[in-house]
Ligand binder design. Sequence first.
Ligand SMILES: Nc1ncnc2c1ncn2[C@@H]1O[C@H](COP(=O)(O)OP(=O)(O)OP(=O)(O)O)[C@@H](O)[C@H]1O
Ligand SMILES: [Mg+2]
Length: 493
Amino acid sequence: MSESVSQVYVVDDDVSVREAVSSLIRSAGLSVRTFASAQESLGSLREEVPSCLVLDIQLPDLNGFELQQELAAEGVQIPIIFLTGHGDIPTSVRAIKAGALEFLTKPFDDEYLLETIRTAIAGDSQAGQLGGGICEHGREDDLRMDAASRAMPNSAVNVMSSRLNGNAEAFGEMIGQSAALRQIAKQIEMVAPTDASVLILGETGTGKELIAGEIHRKSRRRAKPLVRVNCACIPKELYESEFFGHARGAFTSAFRDRIGRFEAAEGGTLFLDEIGEIPVELQSKLLRVLQEKRYERVGEDRTRHADVRIVAATNRDLKREVAAGRFREDLYYRLNVFPIRVAALRERKDDIPLLVKHFLDLLVKELRCPTPRLTRAGLEALQGYDWPGNIRELRNVIERAVIFARCGTLEFDLPVTGSSLDPISFAPQNAEKAQWEYLTEPEMQRRERENLLVVLQKTGWKIKGVNGAAELLGVKPTTLISRIEKMGLKRPA
Ligand SMILES: Nc1ncnc2c1ncn2[C@@H]1O[C@H](COP(=O)(O)OP(=O)(O)OP(=O)(O)O)[C@@H](O)[C@H]1O
Ligand SMILES: [Mg+2]
């Protein structure tokens, strides 16, 4: 083998696939060796390490997945591209989690396969220069993912880590540098190229929609639409029509044919936001299209095929919803192929300074005002707060502070409820200040009233539910209603 030409191994028991893939690889000026079984390839793999391995799953003796594990156990690190006719989602996710670079199903797209091989080879040579990998610590989930990244070929880890380290403060539109955010970035990198369903779980305002967007942008569906459906906003009787469309005359107000969201997202990604809000009696209809990839418009017999990747999000505890009989268990498992848990902002406070800077830059531009001063005490106050409304609340607080920063210094009006006794706020250098800085009762009441009015104005006096004033303030709707009454606040006519 020439030193300068990258070598690709192809393992497939189907001779026609071996021939097709090897001639494709040769046509790209690369060197290729083919093997009819994993056992046969193993001997050669122990002697020389190719730049990339294109591997079938169902093989006569050792299957592709077992070969991947065998190589990982022996410390042989090769970027693996799975190419299989048996492309069920759980297998692909398993393979990707164990470190496969890509999972493609037959019949494959020549250009996409070549592009993936080139990416693998480029990553592999980069791995030689960079060495090392990502090492993070965290909760159970994180550990599971860490195990995956340890088993992952160096090239794949390094392609990811170089993207993260190259710009440690941002991943797409996501700002932050915490271990939790990096973990999410890693998960997005892993799952985006597959067609696996993703379930994004996290409190309100943690960035679930942003993550859905990143998954779409990093998928091969990126040229096709990303369609968002807010399941909380659809009246019960319109769900079916919203999802699948309807034919003219299907019901009284159906004056013309209308395409549904599945059709609008054809070839792309359908983001089912607030999935926990779908009424249980309608969940079976969604399950059917996810399982069979077929649906009919309301009032029409013709069956349509759906080629749509599903990303769902919720701030509800879906397992508890299942236990309470409000969410179908089979639908839960269908959606939960690849869960991404988004940590609350209070669990990743090291992201706060970067986020503050990001929002300040953004808001100063948006509001066309001079950059206000952010004091150390101001930043400490932000880091000492619990952020029940997470990043959305942080943005709102900063926006308010920028508007009020008349004398050029930002002052943050943070509700007393929900603030955490973060040790930072009680550090010795603050003790003196804390002794002397206080507000009088009338001043406190005035501020609370002002704050309430700002939030109510922002939400259009929506109290309950997602993005309601109660949620943004981090209080129960009933508490908020009694406070409004007590202060005698009236909704403007
Ligand atoms: N890591 C981040 N970097 C920058 N902005 C972020 C980040 N995460 C969230 N945001 C911003 O915070 C706001 C809320 O994010 P998003 O709408 O994605 O949250 P969500 O989890 O979908 O909330 P909800 O459950 O209420 O729908 C948005 O303005 C978003 O751009
Ligand atoms: Mg959202």
